[in-house]
Write a protein that binds this ligand. Structure first.
Ligand SMILES: *[C@@H]1O[C@H](CO)[C@@H](O)[C@H](O)[C@H]1NC(C)=O
Length: 468
């Protein structure tokens, strides 16, 4: 979780990554200058445009281009936007039929480029596609819609990255592979909220995600007492699947000021602990020793779970690429180095063989590599219970479709009909706890009932016996 929703928005950027869906023929192009303009103007100065001009003048929040697009059938399309971001990198917002919106990133460019705008599920008949200001100051030449082809079959790795993975981890991984692309596992952050969902919908989530935060030594020093290991074992005993993350309170260097108290010590803003300097200084450095002390403290808890036969979807160093947590604050290189150190320490030194390693950033430059990652994931805080197809497609690219993909934290649980229409085969989703699951604006009770009773969504009662 992060509290800066505006920063998370940066992760929503569609990027210039092509859709992995194999597009069929008959793309259709719509010239921007022929659409309905509101606050925007037709221009002709930058050469190379198609049609009779392009549209600029995105300088206030409501400025937009509105395309009317008719579709013969309810159908998924790949959207491509021909753009020139001549004033530097920009973002636009694409809104479909006045409802679902997505953000699309434009890299700086002096020439015209076609950029993927993700996918749009058009209704049969007339549809409205709007390109709305957002960062503004970019030029739009046209948009092209191509009916999406069906997603090629994934080619998921058969083995876990740890060759010594234990029978529990292997059984869980085999089960996950068996359902991937066919169903989605429901999931929830915090056991108490999982049980609350049970009361609301009659169905308990299959996956419960909990946090090792309170076992961080710099919190224990202030009197924190963790209980998530017991909660995990409780859910495990009733046949559930467990995921762990770790809001790692920095080993040292907590400000503990009025604005940034000690319990915020996983945030970059709350500590001057420098992961780049610590890793460069190496094992003789006092802070390096403290970093290992923390990993070893966490290993004690993970070993309790291993002893209890609990395999773990293990998602440390989450949201590294956001930079708002200290492990991502110094850029990609130290974060990757720390991931590999953590993998080595827990796997080879502590002999933890019940862990399935879940990476949680999208950007390729942050990826630690295939040899220490089992599953890819993203944290997405977007209202509307949508399929999050932009991020899913980016993760397919990142793992070359060899790694399963999870929506490890979401603000809004995805609607199964949209997941199937967009072919976004998330392995599981887990809604964050307070202010998201219990918030009508993010997840209405009606929506939760719809999701939790869907055939496409696996709940605790439906995964019994997953060990085979
Ligand atoms: C360890 O980290 C603290 C807090 O960031 C810093 O003030 C200190 O100089 C570091 N010590 C060493 C030996 O690097």
């Amino acid at each position: 979780m992060v509290l800066l929703l505006s920063s998370i928005a940066a992760l929503w950027a569609a990027g210039a990554i092509a859709s992995p869906l194999q597009a069929r023929a008959d793309p259709k192009t719509y010239e921007a200058e022929d659409a309905v303009l509101s606050g925007t103007v037709v221009e002709k100065t930058v050469a190379g445009f198609t049609g009779t001009g392009y549209v600029g003048g995105f300088d206030t929040g409501t400025d937009r281009i509105t395309f009317t697009i008719s579709s013969d059938a309810a159908q998924l399309y790949d959207l491509s936007i021909r753009v020139a971001a001549v004033y530097g990198e920009k973002r636009t917002t694409v809104i479909l039929n006045g409802g679902s919106s997505s953000e699309v990133y434009f890299a700086a460019s002096q020439t015209w480029n076609s950029v993927s705008g993700g996918q749009l599920l058009l209704n049969k008949g007339s549809n409205k596609v709007e390109i709305v200001n957002n960062w503004g100051w970019y030029l739009i030449d046209s948009i092209t819609l191509t009916p999406s082809g069906s997603r090629p079959a994934a080619n998921i790795n058969t083995a876990l990255v740890n060759p010594a993975a234990d029978a529990d981890a292997k059984a869980l991984y085999a089960y996950l592979r068996s359902i991937y692309g066919k169903k989605i596992l429901s999931g929830q952050q915090e056991l108490s909220y999982a049980n609350w969902i049970g009361q609301q919908t009659g169905k308990i989530p299959a996956v419960v995600s909990v946090d090792l935060i309170e076992y961080s030594p710099s919190r224990v020093a202030y009197g924190s007492v963790g209980k998530s290991v017991e909660e995990a074992i409780e859910h495990h005993k009733r046949g559930g699947i467990i995921s762990f993350l770790w809001h790692w309170n920095a080993p040292t260097g907590l400000y503990d000021t009025e604005e940034n108290r000690w319990w915020s010590g996983f945030y970059t803003r709350a500590t001057d602990f420098d992961i780049a300097a610590t890793l460069s200084a190496g094992p003789s450095n006092a802070n390096y020793t403290l970093m290992l002390r923390d990993i070893d403290a966490i290993a004690v808890q993970l070993k309790r779970l291993q002893a209890a036969g609990v395999p773990i979807l293990w998602r440390p160093l989450h949201e590294a690429e956001g930079g708002w947590f200290w492990w991502g604050a110094k850029g990609a290189e130290p974060a990757k180095k720390l991931w590999n150190l953590l993998y080595d320490r827990l796997t080879n030194h502590h002999k933890l063989n019940n862990l399935i390693w879940v990476w949680n950033s999208i950007a390729p430059e942050w990826y630690p590599g295939d040899s220490t990652v089992d599953i890819l994931s993203a944290d997405i805080y977007q209202q509307g219970n949508g399929p999050m197809s932009v991020q899913y497609n980016q993760l397919v690219e990142l793992g070359r479709d060899k790694k399963m993909i999870a929506a490890a934290e979401v603000g809004a649980a995805p609607l199964p009909g949209l997941l199937q229409a967009y072919q976004t085969n998330w392995l599981w989703f887990a809604v964050w706890g307070d202010t998201f699951i219990n918030n009508q604006e993010w997840n209405s009770i009606e929506t939760l009932k719809n999701i939790y009773t869907s055939d496409y969504v696996l709940t605790l009662d439906e995964i019994q016996g997953w060990r085979g």
